[in-house]
Design a protein around this ligand. Sequence first.
Ligand code: ATP
Ligand code: MG
Length: 495
Amino acid sequence: MKNRFDTGKVLVIDDEQILRDGAERILKRMDFQVFKASRGEEGLKILEQEPVAIVLLDMKMPGIDGMEVLKRIMELDRGILVIVITGYATVETAIEAMKRGAYDFIPKPYEPDQLRIVVNRAREKMRLTQETEKLEMERKRTLADLHTSQSRVHTIIESLPNGVLVTDTNGKVVLLNPAFKQHLGLAKDLMPGGDIGAYIYDKELCKLIIDISRGKYVDFDDIPTHELNLDGGRFLLARSRPVLGEKRECLGAVTNIMDISAMKALDQLRAEFVAKVSHELRSPLSTIHEQLAMALNDMDEGASENEQYLLSRAKEKTKGLISTIGDLLDLSRIEAGIASKESKPVQVDELLKSIVDFLGVQAAAKKQSLTLEIKDEPLPSIMADPMSLESVYGNLITNAINYTQAGGEIKVFLDKTGTNLRVIVKDNGYGIDAKYMDKIFEKFYRVKNENTRFITGTGLGLPIVKGIVDSLGGYIDVESETGKGTSFTVLLPIK
Ligand code: ATP
Ligand code: MG
């Protein structure tokens, strides 16, 4: 519908001059600009030229009659409000006219007040319609306006230090700021309007942005960030989000590009620092641990229980520290990309047997059963550093023992699937709440609840496991149900 009207303009179509002029007087006092016609044809002609908003239409006229004029006005589809004027005797005509789209009717003869009330109501309705339309227009204005608009928002986007790129639902770029061009080394005078591929060379990122632009992601939390590794040791972090309209419909995507090179460099320094410090701490601590153990052994029979307790606690704490430092060392090695020290063929079945043997003592202390089931023997070996592999399975089985109540069951399976060796560590312990599933692979993350409160640990086990599995080109997955148990699956490729 083309709603092109001026709420200040009224047309009176009536064959009786007295009525025409009378209406004109009243309407003029209401600040309307009034047009008059004595015939339907004449009225329609005026409508062709003037953006009239309201028409007062007499039903009984010579020439084409009111009903026909009404029909033609409706066909114009301009949102014009028609107020029909009829005699008492023709109430049916009024009803018929309303059915055909007239807005209201006034019986003839009418009092000036009657006309005022009806016309005022029509004017108010027009005003509201216009306002709604304006809002609708604003809403509909596409993202494309962003680029040309001289708005303050545009100025702000232009001056942001972060790169900003906006795409529409077709993945076409509608806006990009100078920082974006600078970060990605694009020409300064590059304009929006092209396909995303002409601005971002990383195929994966392009695909992600197009997916978001088309409204594929409903939950923002599911949208992954993307790291770009550029020449010259530069790192960029890209974060994209859908741009939503008023009704939460997707209008496109906005991508934010941040230069994280400095952060990366600091991270590297930190990793090196941690590696160095832990390395330096490990040997003196081991010495202290040994000396404490000796002192504890050599203690006289007469030593007080308290002395013994203090010493053994000190010994336990040092042991804990050494293991934490070991974890930190492993981690920093993994981060530096030197996880697999020297790869050699490892028989995973044999490795698992010895780990299960070794950890069986811990399980037995908690009255848990720890069993190993191997299928598809003889199994091929895997190229890896045996210590790293031991760390993977050892950590998973230790976790299963730690996070399962006394008397529980821990089962370890090993078999071959396709080109992978699969190990499943399954327990019927406390389980992990779904919302922590991703978190547990983060460094130092530990789930805190009633069950785990008294279990000590540093939260480095799983990040180490994941780091090693990734570096071996493998895959790790976890399934869990709180109160029922947890099952970790590790796939490692057979080379
Ligand atoms: P450590 O560094 O000594 O291994 P940790 O065991 O707390 O400390 P992770 O091995 O990384 O650290 O495990 C992280 C968290 O995941 C644990 O704190 C625990 O809450 C949860 N978790 C891991 N394995 C299981 C499991 N089999 N059952 C239930 N929760 C588990
Ligand atoms: Mg652990």
